[in-house]
Design a protein around this ligand. Structure first.
Ligand code: SPV
Ligand code: MG
Length: 577
């Protein structure tokens, strides 16, 4: 979930105000980069409460100066520039859709703050919190640090300037009071609250590094009175880092509207990184560190890599996959009938074989068709497709013709024998297959007799499944164990119909295996008596033997091969039907 989680700035900005207006106590988690942003944005825990299932999430993201600086290896003293902070802010905004509250440090002087407000508002940030210290501030949590407070009048003026520059109604400027951090009395904090509210601030954050919540609870009580006196209703924010026993419900009941967990993802990530690094050093290998780590795939999932993979696969399926039809060979059966024309020009139902194939392919949106011609090339008449020539069609097998179109194969391809006709459903089903190599295989082979002079491409499926024995099939079983013309028809489970699909990866594997076989072997190979006559099914068997998964897509009839005149009659009949 990354890009799917994004949102336009206008849609995001008002989300914080909307939550507050709805009376919600807003739970906020720190993020310091895109990945921690995704966690803060999407993490959900579920459970049960009073018999009902409940889900809990964070409502907003805190872009903390402490954790942004620390993740860059820097102290939290406004030494990390606003441009660098803004880079992190954008990084998080790019992969999230929840409202973001930015830790604006002191905000700089009033002019600087105006630019900050303008940029944050435009980016879709919902609120900026600025603290009433003198630039450059020091982080609030460390004891014994000199904390210089800004004059409240000067700070109030900065708020006015910020409010005057914002364009929308939904961007919030929240004033953070550091009196308790600087060791000033409660009175100082309350006076400042009054002044900032009068300057038009949208909310107050009271900060404390006390171990118990007493002082912020006291502040809240008195803050509610100030609001009443001023006839205002402005949210109150706390950051319970040091006073961490108090619960959200208790803080909410005490009048707090926004609760920020300001640094916990960075601190816990640091702890985990240290433990893992120590484990690697101690063991001088990574085995022992593995249980401390999430699987790589979980990271892939979180950052959207698996979505990318899926989209790539979908694109591969929907883009125009090249179809290669090797049609170079001479078929003596139709010699007279064709009178020197290639077999692909056979007429069936008033249309040539190739035109029938083009029609079926275009019904499946496949328009990039290449035919490999050889015998009778000059008498080939076909339109709208590419024709390549295999001048050596008399040597070698149909595989050689197929490889004439090697250039077409790089991003995946479909191979179709030139003498088969099929129903649209078969191609449509093939287009949905996700495996890298898929052969279309008919399981009605036991009803199909081998023909005189024409060997069939038999398949034995890996699970040796015979359709008669089992009715229910489970996905993932469809891999080929054996393929070839010499397989005993009795043991064959399927017949390869002459239609195959290769993904980009499948095509790479196919071409690599071919090139290795051709350059490194001589003599008999798989079923061929000589490597020079290597067939498509030989190469498939070789790939299987080398461990590549060759899948099949099972069909039951719905196709025809034209090997003799009876087949033509049969085809004609089915076109008339
Ligand atoms: C931050 O997270 O950077 C804060 C809160 O400003 S604190 O570190 O407690 O000051
Ligand atoms: Mg800070």
């Amino acid at each position: 979930m990354t890009l799917l989680n994004t949102i336009l700035p206008e849609q995001r900005r008002g989300k914080l105000k909307a939550l507050l207006d709805a009376g919600k106590t807003v739970r906020v988690l720190e993020a310091h980069n895109g990945l921690s942003g995704i966690i803060a944005n999407t993490l959900e825990v579920t459970g049960e409460s009073e018999g009902k299932s409940v889900a809990r999430q964070f409502d907003a993201i805190w872009e903390s100066s402490l954790t942004d600086s620390a993740s860059k290896g820097h102290p939290d003293i406004e030494v990390v520039t606003f441009d660098s902070r803004f880079h992190t802010i954008n990084e998080i905004l790019a992969v999230t859709d929840k409202p973001m509250i930015v830790d604006g440090d002191t905000g700089g002087d009033a002019n600087t703050f105006e630019y900050t407000v303008s940029k944050l508002e435009r980016a879709g940030v919902s609120a900026v919190i600025i603290e009433d210290k003198v630039f450059p501030k020091r982080n609030s949590l460390e004891a014994g640090v000199q904390q210089n407070l800004q004059e409240p009048e000067v700070f109030a003026q900065k708020i006015r300037r910020g409010k005057s520059i914002q364009k929308s109604n939904d961007f919030m400027i929240i004033a953070r009071i550091e009196s308790l951090i600087a060791g000033k009395p409660m009175e100082d904090a309350l006076n400042r609250a009054t002044q900032y509210l009068q300057a038009g601030v949208d909310g107050i954050m009271i900060h404390s590094k006390s171990k118990n919540p007493d002082e912020i609870l006291e502040f809240s009580q008195k803050y509610q009175i100030i609001l009443k006196d001023l006839k205002l209703d402005k949210p109150l924010v706390c950051v319970p880092t040091t006073y961490n026993t108090i619960t959200e419900d208790e803080l909410s009941a005490a009048g707090f509207n926004i609760i920020i967990y300001a640094n916990h993802l960075l601190r816990s990530a640091y702890h985990a990184m240290m433990e893992t690094a120590k484990t690697l050093l101690r063991n001088q290998r990574s085995l022992e560190a593995d249980p401390l780590c999430v699987p790589v795939r979980e990271i892939f999932k979180t950052v959207g890599f698996l979505e990318v993979k899926e989209k790539d696969q979908q694109d591969e399926q929907t883009t125009n996959i090249p179809v290669i039809i090797p049609a170079a060979g001479e078929d003596p059966v139709f010699k007279e009938m064709l009178n020197g024309k290639p077999k692909t020009m056979l007429e069936i139902g008033g249309k040539t074989l190739i035109d029938h194939q083009i029609q079926t392919l275009s019904n499946a949106n496949l328009a990039d068709i290449t035919l490999i011609a050889g015998y009778g090339k000059d008498k080939l008449h076909v339109e709208g497709i590419e024709v390549l020539e295999n001048p050596d069609y008399q040597k070698g097998s149909m595989l050689n013709s197929l490889l004439v179109a090697k250039e077409k194969m790089a991003n995946g391809f479909i191979m179709l024998y030139s003498d088969i006709l099929m129903e649209d459903a078969i191609l449509n089903k093939l287009m949905d297959c996700k495996e890298d190599i898929v052969l279309v295989a008919d399981n009605s082979t036991q009803y199909h007799q081998p023909e005189e002079g024409h060997a069939l491409d038999y398949i034995i499926s890996k699970n040796h499944y015979k359709p008669a024995r089992r009715a229910i099939r489970f996905t993932g079983e469809n891999t080929v164990a054996n393929i070839g013309i010499k397989i005993n028809p009795e043991t064959a489970t399927h017949e390869f119909i002459g239609l195959a699909r290769f993904s980009k990866t499948g095509a790479e594997q196919f071409l690599e295996t071919y090139s290795d076989v051709i350059s490194n072997f001589t003599g008999p190979f798989q079923e061929s008596e000589d490597i020079a006559n290597l067939t498509f099914t030989d190469l498939m068997q070789e790939m299987i033997d080398r461990g590549f998964a060759v899948h099949y897509m099972e069909i039951h009839k719905g196709w025809l091969e034209i090997h003799n005149t009876d087949h033509i009659a049969l085809a004609q009949k089915s076109f008339n039907a």
